[in-house]
Design a protein around this ligand. Structure first.
Ligand SMILES: Cc1cc2nc3c(=O)[nH]c(=O)nc-3n(C[C@H](O)[C@H](O)[C@H](O)COP(=O)(O)OP(=O)(O)OC[C@H]3O[C@@H](n4cnc5c(N)ncnc54)[C@H](O)[C@@H]3O)c2cc1C
Length: 447
């Protein structure tokens, strides 16, 4: 019998899951996607994390194409399958792209000598979709899913799920109700990380702890880094220490590069994105300098505490020896409090700040024009909540085999892997479909 599939989160993972289903003849009217954000026609630029395509919809549109980048995938399905799932995600982005011929792949092959001995460079291919096109991609993609009968419930937050009754509770300011499902795809991303944690706690799900990933968003005029950008657009400088700490530059944006505020748990943290339209050119480069710290007890709580200590007057911090904070692509100042010394940062990050300071000092040696012409937005954080144990073939919870965790809510950290996990989670459902029944009958108890 056909199964009623409910997807919580219309982000990259949820949308790729639904697409895989309807592309393979699954009756779209049996699929319901619930999101607390808006559809792509109504989503505003400042709604960075929620709505159709989730955080991926307002991201930098860089689709990494390597199993060592972007979180866990090959550990579930092996290298070959992981790459073919990533191909599907990239093809979906091209398919709904208004100018697919502009989606280009960069693939650096050799570490340049001038960064040695200070840094290593991670080499991997990246497909560049272009931030400016994401909104149009989202509209085309959404129209396709709607045309296939997929049901969307916008601006409703799912606040509870009863895995034993196969029922979830959702609400907005006007309505509240329950929906039942046969299969649940849990794809809430970073904006739903609190909710994911709450579910893990209440069902005492078996989990695998994760390391701390914290640092800053570094910003400087692009010309200082041009020599490296010519070799690798999204360069990943890295270094590793015997102390269990490693650092990497992360998510580099160039040409029309803007720092973006990312709000999690009510705290302000930073990320970045780049625009393609020449009218946004600002000649800036930004990237995260992220430390991975192993062996911290309760890494999740530790990161949250540090992030909280790095807030002043409800926002994050900006430090520069010579510059002022930049503006967003909408021309507003990037929300931050400028500090003239680093004492609060040193206090918040403790001894770990030294690693970041050394990283910056060594960049000054490798990029000699850089000098004091840079600034950092503090903090940038990758909250990795403990990863629930899942069956590798369909990412279903070990204790609840009809509940699939995918994307950033599981172990992904990027668009390609999140989308690939979404696709993987539904593959098994494709051949068992039998389109009769209607999801409408399952929306019960609206008040
Ligand atoms: C500014 C920025 C730039 C980025 N740039 C890149 C990049 O260039 N390349 C890259 O690979 N990655 C990038 N990322 C990361 C990437 O966007 C995410 O890894 C990816 O979107 C995760 O996909 P997901 O489907 O798991 O979650 P998301 O895409 O975040 O989607 C989750 C969805 O769930 C919804 N949701 C959450 N909780 C609930 C709830 N309780 N009820 C209802 N709905 C809920 C949210 O509204 C959201 O729409 C960027 C992220 C940001 C913030």
């Amino acid at each position: 019998m056909a199964k009623k599939i409910v997807i919580v989160g219309a982000g990259v993972a949820g949308v790729n899951a639904a697409t895989k289903l309807v592309d393979n003849g699954y009756d779209g009217s049996l699929i319901t996607i619930i999101d607390m954000g808006k559809d792509p026609y109504n989503r505003k630029p400042e709604e960075v994390m929620t709505g159709f395509l989730g955080a991926g919809g307002w991201s930098d549109g860089k689709l990494t194409y390597h199993t060592a980048i972007g979180g866990q995938l090959s550990k579930y399905v092996g290298e070959n399958k992981a790459m073919s799932l990533m191909d599907e995600v990239i093809n979906n982005f091209k398919r709904f792209h208004p100018k697919p011929e502009e989606v280009q792949c960069s693939n650096p092959v050799e570490e340049p000598d001038f960064i040695k001995p200070y840094f290593g460079l991670r080499l991997f291919p990246v497909w560049h979709v272009g931030t400016d096109y994401l909104s149009e991609i989202a509209k085309n993609w959404y129209d396709y899913l709607v045309s296939k009968g997929v049901q969307f419930i916008w601006e409703h937050k799912v606040y509870a799920i009863d895995f034993n009754k196969n029922e979830l509770s959702l609400a907005n300011q006007d309505f509240a109700g329950e929906i039942q499902y046969d299969e649940l795809i849990f794809a809430v991303g970073k904006s739903g990380i609190d909710f994911a944690q709450q579910i893990q706690d209440s069902y005492k799900l078996e989990t695998e702890p994760k390391s701390v990933q914290i640092g800053v968003r570094f910003e400087a005029p692009q010309h200082h880094f041009q020599k490296l950008i010519d070799i690798s657009y999204d360069f990943k400088l890295y270094r590793k220490f015997d102390t269990g700490v490693s650092l990497r530059s992360f998510c580099t944006n160039n040409n029309a590069a803007y720092v973006a505020v990312e709000e999690t748990y009510g705290d302000v943290t930073y990320n970045g994105h780049a625009k393609k339209d020449p009218k946004y050119l600002n000649g800036m480069t930004n990237f995260g300098i992220i430390m991975e710290i192993k062996d911290i007890d309760n890494p999740f709580e530790w990161s949250r505490k540090v992030v909280n200590e790095l807030q002043v007057a409800g926002t994050g911090l900006y430090y520069s020896p010579s510059r002022k904070p930049s503006t967003t692509s909408e021309g507003e100042k990037v929300s931050s409090i400028q500090i003239d010394n680093l004492s609060i940062v040193k206090h918040g990050m403790g001894e770990y700040w030294n690693y970041i300071e050394d990283f910056i000092e060594d960049m000054k040696k490798v990029f000699p024009t850089l000098g004091d012409d840079w600034g950092v937005y503090v903090p940038e954080v990758k909250y990795l909540s403990p990863e629930p144990l899942v069956y590798p073939k369909d990412l279903a919870l070990v204790d609840f085999p009809n509940v699939h965790f995918v994307g950033d809510a599981l172990s992904a950290r990027g668009i390609t892997v999140s989308g690939a996990q979404g696709i993987l989670s539904v593959e098994k459902l494709i051949n068992t479909e039998c389109p009769w029944d209607n999801i409408q009958g399952d929306i019960i108890n609206w008040r």
